[in-house]
Design a protein around this ligand. Structure first.
Ligand code: A2P
Length: 343
C-alpha cells in the first residue's frame, strides 16, 4: 500500500493525542508523521511507534508537501490553514466545525455516507462528536424502517470540551473534596462571560446560544444529521455537559414510518457496522461511559418500544467521543479515501 506523509494539526490536544494512538493501533500507512500545535508547544515531543517525534509550531509552509493532514485545533485555525493546505495538494480531514455546513465540503461518517468522500475538493469534514455517535445508530434503523423524528438528549463528557475542561473536572473535584474554594474557568467554554463548576454538577449549555433558545451544539446535531443522512428526518436536541471524563451518552427517542419491534430493532443493530449491542437488563448490562472508553464501536442498549406512540423506539447510546466521535472517524475517512483511490 502507498505510504503517506501525514500531519496532525493540534497534536497536543485531547483529540490530537488520540490521533497518534489510533494511527499507531490501526497501522495507518504513514511514511512520515509531522506534529503541529501552537508556538507554545514548540520543543515538546510525543511518542509514536516507539519514537519520539518533535511538536512544531504550525505554518503554511510547513504543512505544504504532506499528502494528508488531520486538523483538530479549533475552527479558527482550520479556517486559516486548511484552504491553503488543500490548494497545495494536501487532503485535509477537518475535525472542527469550520467547513461542516459548506456545500462544497463532504461531511462524512464512513458507515453512513462513504460515497460522499469522492465529492471532496481538498477538504473533508468530520462531523460533531454527538452527531457521529447518533447517526451510526440511526442509519441501520432508517434503512429498515425510515426514521421520521428523533428526540435526543445528550450527557456529554468534559473531554469533549478539550484538555482544559478535562483538567477542570479533576482540579475542581480535588478542591471541593479538600474543602477549598472551587474556581471554575473552563466550562461551558473557556471564552464564556461566566463559568460554572462541573464537579458534582451538570451544565445544560454546550457552546453559545443561538436561534429559538437552542445552543450551537444542539443545532449542529439537527443540521449535520440532515447533511449526512439526507432530508426528511426531524431532529430536536438538548445537549448537556456532565462530570464524566470520557464518552458521550445519548438518550434517543425515535419515531419510524414502519413499526419495529424491540426484537427486530435489536437484530438490526447487532448487524450494524460500528455498533455493538449491550442490552441485557436481567443481568444489569447496558452501555456506560466508564466501560465504553477506548472502544471503537458505539454501544447501544436499553432497547425498548416507545409505549406512548404507535411506531417508536427508545435507545440508550454511548460512544467514546475522542475515538469514534473524532479521531477514529477521521482516520476511517482517510482509510476509505485510500480504498477509493482518492489519496
Ligand atoms: P497547544 O497545546 O500548543 O495549545 P484542545 O481542544 O484539547 O484544547 O486542543 C487544542 C489543540 O489545538 C492543541 O494541540 C493546541 O496546541 C492547538 N492549537 C491551539 N491554537 C493553535 C494555533 N494557533 N496553531 C496551531 N495549533 C493550535
Amino acid at each position: 500500500m502507498r505510504k503517506l506523509k501525514v500531519a496532525i494539526v493540534g497534536a497536543t490536544g485531547a483529540v490530537g493525542q488520540e490521533f497518534l494512538r489510533v494511527l499507531e493501533e490501526r497501522e495507518f500507512p504513514c511514511a512520515t508523521l509531522s506534529l503541529f500545535a501552537s508556538a507554545r508547544s514548540e520543543g515538546k515531543t510525543m511518542r509514536f511507534r516507539g519514537e519520539s517525534l518533535p511538536v512544531r509550531a504550525l505554518s503554511e509552509a510547513r504543512l505544504a508537501g504532506h499528502d494528508l493532514a488531520f486538523f483538530s485545533a479549533g475552527a479558527s485555525v482550520s479556517r486559516e490553514y486548511a484552504p491553503p493546505a488543500a490548494r497545495a495538494g494536501v487532503l485535509v480531514i477537518d475535525n472542527s466545525s469550520a467547513f461542516r455546513m459548506d456545500p462544497e465540503v463532504p461531511l462524512v461518517v464512513p458507515e453512513v455516507n462513504p460515497g460522499d468522500i469522492a465529492k471532496h475538493s481538498g477538504i473533508i469534514a468530520n462531523p460533531n462528536c454527538s452527531t457521529i455517535i447518533m447517526v451510526v445508530v440511526l442509519k441501520p434503523i432508517h434503512d429498515a424502517a425510515t426514521v421520521k423524528r428523533v428526540v435526543v438528549s445528550t450527557y456529554q463528557a468534559v473531554s469533549g470540551a478539550g484538555a482544559r475542561a478535562m483538567s477542570a473536572l479533576f482540579e475542581e473535584t480535588q478542591a471541593y473534596l479538600a474543602g477549598g474554594t472551587v474556581t471554575p474557568g473552563a466550562l461551558p467554554f473557556a471564552s464564556a462571560p461566566k463559568h460554572y463548576q462541573i464537579a458534582f454538577n451538570l451544565i445544560p449549555q454546550i457552546d453559545v446560544f443561538q436561534d429559538m433558545g437552542y445552543t450551537k451544539e444542539e443545532w449542529k446535531m439537527v443540521r449535520e444529521t440532515e447533511k449526512i443522512m439526507g432530508p426528511g428526518i426531524a431532529v430536536t436536541a438538548t445537549t448537556v455537559r456532565v462530570p464524566v471524563e470520557r464518552c458521550h451518552s445519548e438518550s434517543l427517542n425515535i419515531e419510524t414510518q414502519r413499526k419495529l419491534s424491540q426484537e427486530e430493532a435489536r437484530e438490526i443493530l447487532a448487524r450494524a457496522p460500528g455498533v455493538s449491542v449491550v442490552d441485557d437488563p436481567e443481568n444489569m448490562l447496558y452501555p456506560m461511559p466508564l466501560f465504553a472508553a477506548g472502544r471503537d464501536e458505539v454501544q447501544v442498549g436499553r432497547i425498548r418500544e416507545d409505549n406512548s406512540i404507535e411506531r417508536g423506539l427508545n435507545l440508550w447510546v454511548v460512544g467514546d467521543q475522542l475515538r469514534k466521535g473524532a479521531a477514529l472517524n477521521a482516520v476511517e475517512i482517510a482509510e476509505e479515501a485510500l480504498r477509493q483511490g482518492l489519496i
